[in-house]
Design a protein around this ligand. Structure first.
Ligand SMILES: [Zn+2]
Length: 325
């Protein structure tokens, strides 16, 4: 609303309104419109350059960012599944595999440890989504480390299993002669009466009767340390060193089938039943040593006997009869 102007009319002695000329009014209106248009245009430019209104490019970028966030969400869920599977493997590793092979369990902190020291994630900092990216990267790094530790643990177990296999193959674990019906077991380990003096005497092994010439087998993998008749009482006998502190001895042979230093496998033919040395009748006198001490061989037949057969054998071996020596 333009100002209303007055002038003093000396004729009428009064103030009278100045009526603006029509052309001037149109000019003012024109200037007003041009000014408004300019003002509006400037305002629009300022608005477009502020954050309140998005350009199409910004809108598309925003959609892209939202899509990234969604994808990170999905990745996180996948990582969670991976973590669960890994945790399950780790649990079995600690409580079954490592336990079975008598290896110490790997502590949780060691398995789950991230990377300390310098900030590995510095290059990821300083963005709007830095936190999401850093967290996911950290998570993946931990998973990666867990996998490396797990893999190393399995390597260790594979090695232990190999050792154990070797140990199991080495321990004397079968009977020295074929004795499926167990009728050949004549006398066990313990106090027995001496076949010659009839006095009670410790019998340090087990006697298996069999016709002269019956094959005698190595009861575990090892190396022949003796094959001679220079040890009093045993006659022609063979000793096998199985390692891990185990040694087996086979006495009263009629003939050897091995030489000193020879490597043998469980079940290899090492000699034949006879009655050499201090023996009453053809039989094999069998002893097992552990760390230099003679132990009861009956505890080592798990490789070839069922539970029932073992029970039977135990009964026979515990009879206080006369040994064949
Ligand atoms: Zn004997």
């Amino acid at each position: 609303m333009s100002k209303v102007k007055y002038y003093y009319d000396p004729d009428t002695l009064s103030y009278r309104k100045i009526e603006p000329k029509k052309s001037k009014r149109y000019r003012n209106l024109f200037l007003f419109l041009v000014g408004s248009a300019l003002f509006g245009f400037l305002g629009l430019i300022i608005l477009l350059n502020t954050r309140w209104v998005n350009t199409p490019k910004e809108l598309s970028l925003e959609r892209e960012v939202r899509n990234y966030e969604l994808q990170y969400d999905i990745l996180n869920r996948k990582m969670e599944q991976m973590e669960q599977v890994l945790a399950n493997i780790e649990e079995r590793d600690n409580n079954i595999y490592r336990l079975y092979f008598e290896a110490n369990p790997i502590p949780e902190e060691q398995r789950r440890a991230g990377f300390g020291g310098i900030n590995r994630y510095k290059s990821l900092e300083g963005f709007n989504n830095s936190e999401i990216i850093i967290n996911a990267t950290k998570r993946l790094d931990i998973i990666q480390k867990q996998m490396v530790i797990q893999s190393k643990s399995l390597d260790e177990i594979a090695k232990l299993a190999e050792e154990k296999e070797k140990l199991l193959a080495s321990i004397p674990a079968i009977q020295p002669i074929s004795n499926e019906d167990l009728t050949r077991m004549a006398s066990g380990y313990g106090w027995r009466s001496d076949p010659f003096t009839k006095a009670r005497k410790m019998h340090w092994g087990m006697d298996f009767t069999a016709p002269r010439g019956t094959p005698i087998y190595a009861t575990g993998d090892g190396k022949v340390t003796r094959a001679d008749n220079r040890s009093s009482g045993y006659g022609k006998h063979v000793r096998i060193d199985h390692g891990y502190g185990y040694l087996s001895l086979y006495g009263h042979m009629s003939k050897y089938n091995v030489t000193v230093g020879q490597k043998v496998k469980r079940g290899d033919l090492i000699g034949f039943v006879g009655s050499t040395g201090r023996s009453e009748a053809p039989h094999v006198h069998y002893e097992v040593f552990k760390d230099g001490e003679r132990i009861n061989p009956i505890n080592f037949y798990y490789g070839s006997l069922t539970a029932e057969e073992f029970d039977n054998m135990l009964k026979l071996a515990n009879q206080e009869n006369q040994s064949l020596d």
